[in-house]
Design a protein around this ligand. Structure first.
Ligand code: AFP
Length: 375
C-alpha cells in the first residue's frame, strides 16, 4: 500500500537524506558528520553509475585516450589489471570524500597504502576512516554485466584524532564488528544503494531524473532457508572437504541427503551476488582453498568480506569464514584475503558444522588417535 498524506495524496518516497536524518534521531549527540560522509559516498556512487552506464562511450572506450590518468593500463597491489574505470572510480571516491571533512584516512583495493587526509587548517580531524573497493567485479565491464562499489566506515582511533601524524595501516586493522556503517552501490539495470548504519538494512533506488536515491526496500531480510547457492565450480579440485561435501549434497538434490533440488548462480561480482541474496536468499561461497598456500582465500577482508558480512548479519543472515564469524576476525593487513561464506543463516550454520565435523571424526577415529596408525 502506498503511504498517503493526511490530505489523501500519495506520500512521496523517502529520500536517502531523509532516511539518514531519521536514523540520526537515535543518537541525539550525533554531529551529522556520519550522515554527511554517507551522502558524499552516495554522490561518488552516482558519478560512477553515470560513467559505468556510458560503457565504451565513457572512460573505458573511445574517450580513454583523452581521459588522463584513467587511460593508463596498470596493475594494482593485488597484481590484478586495473581497468580505466577502476582508476576513475577510485579517484572519484578519494576526491569526493577527502573534501568532506568527515574522514582522516581512506584505504582502497586500488591503493597499496592508506590515503592520508591531512588535519584541516581549522577544526578537528574527520572522525571516520573509509575503506572501499571502488569497482567490484570489474572483469564484468567488458561484457556489460553488473558491477558495484562496496564500502565500510570505521571510527578513527582516538590517538589518531589527538595527533598530527598521518593515518597508518594499523589504524584500519579493526574487526568487522567495529564497523559504524557499510553498504554498496549496484550498477545494474537500476542503480541501487544498499546501506546499514547498524539498524537493519535499507535499499534505495536511484531516480535518474531527480538524481536522488529513494527508499524502495526498507528493512531487507535474508530468508533463513534457501535452495540457491553460488560458487565458482571451476575451483572444485582445490576445495577443502567440508565445502566439497556441502556442494555435493546440494547437487545430489532430491535423491541426496538434503532431499531437495538446488539452483546455482555465479555472476563473478560479489556485490551483485550479495544483492541477489539480500533480495531472495541464497548462499555464496568463496572459501579458503588449496590453490595458493600464501592466500587464505580470494576475497579481501577489509573492503569485501567485512562490509558484506555487516550487511548480511544486519539483515538476519550469517557471514563466516567457515570456521568463525567473519565480523570477529581482526585483520592482519590492509589487503588480507580470507575465505568467505555468507547468506541464509541455516545454510551458513550447516557449512560451519561441516567444518567442525571432520576434526571431530578424526578425533573419534581410532586410526587417528594419539597412539593410532596415522599419528
Ligand atoms: P574483480 O573486481 O577483479 O573482477 O574481482 C571480483 C571478485 O573479487 C568478486 O567480486 C567475485 O566474487 C570474485 O572476484 C570472482 O572471482 P573468480 O573470477 O575467481 O570467480
Amino acid at each position: 500500500m502506498p503511504h498517503t498524506a493526511p490530505s489523501g495524496a500519495p506520500r512521496p518516497p523517502t529520500t536517502l537524506t531523509q532516511y539518514l536524518i531519521e536514523e540520526r534521531r537515535r543518537f541525539p549527540q550525533a554531529s551529522g558528520a556520519l550522515n554527511a560522509l554517507i551522502l558524499d559516498v552516495a554522490l561518488a556512487c552516482k558519478a560512477i553509475a553515470r560513467e559505468v552506464a556510458l560503457g565504451r562511450l565513457g572512460v573505458s572506450g573511445a574517450g580513454a585516450a583523452t581521459a588522463g590518468p584513467a587511460a593508463a593500463a596498470a596493475i594494482n597491489v593485488q597484481g590484478e589489471e586495473q581497468k580505466p574505470l577502476d582508476i576513475f572510480a577510485n579517484e572519484v571516491f578519494l576526491r569526493r570524500n577527502e573534501a568532506s571533512g568527515g574522514v582522516s584516512g581512506m584505504a582502497s583495493e586500488e591503493l597499496e597504502t592508506p590515503w592520508p587526509v591531512p588535519r584541516p587548517a581549522a577544526g578537528p580531524r574527520g572522525k571516520y576512516l573509509l575503506v572501499f573497493d571502488p569497482l567490484d567485479g570489474s572483469s564484468n565491464l567488458d561484457v556489460d554485466m553488473t558491477v558495484g562499489s562496496i564500502f565500510s566506515i570505521l571510527r578513527a582511533p582516538q590517538d589518531l584524532l589527538d595527533s598530527d601524524h598521518e593515518v597508518t595501516e594499523a589504524d584500519f586493522l579493526q574487526p568487522g564488528a567495529a564497523q559504524i556503517a557499510a553498504g554498496y552501490a549496484l550498477y545494474g539495470p537500476a542503480t541501487m544503494l544498499v546501506l546499514s548504519v547498524g539498524n537493519g538494512v535499507a535499499g534505495f533506488t536511484l531516480d535518474p531524473n531527480l538524481g536522488e536515491f529513494m527508499l524502495t526496500h526498507p528493512d531487507i531480510r535474508v530468508p533463513a532457508q534457501t535452495r540457491e547457492f553460488a560458487i565458482n565450480a571451476s575451483n572444485s579440485r582445490f576445495w577443502e572437504p567440508p565445502v566439497k561435501r556441502y556442494v555435493d549434497e546440494c547437487l545430489a538434490g532430491t535423491s541426496g541427503p538434503r532431499g531437495k533440488d538446488f539452483n546455482m548462480r555465479w555472476i563473478a561480482s560479489m556485490v551483485a551476488e550479495a544483492h541477489r541474496i539480500l533480495m531472495r536468499g541464497g548462499i555464496f561461497l568463496y572459501p579458503r582453498d588449496t590453490r595458493d598456500p600464501n592466500r587464505a582465500g580470494r576475497l579481501r577482508l577489509l573492503y569485501e568480506a567485512a562490509p558484506v558480512g555487516f550487511l548480511i548479519e544486519q539483515a538476519g543472515g550469517r557471514a563466516s569464514t567457515g570456521r568463525q564469524p567473519v565480523l570477529g576476525v581482526r585483520p592482519s593487513g590492509l589487503h588480507q584475503r580470507i575465505g568467505l561464506v555468507f547468506g541464509s543463516r541455516e545454510e551458513v550454520e550447516r557449512i560451519e558444522r561441516y567444518h567442525r565435523e571432520p576434526d571431530r571424526d578424526i578425533a573419534l577415529n581410532p586410526l587417528f588417535a594419539e597412539r593410532g596408525l596415522f599419528r
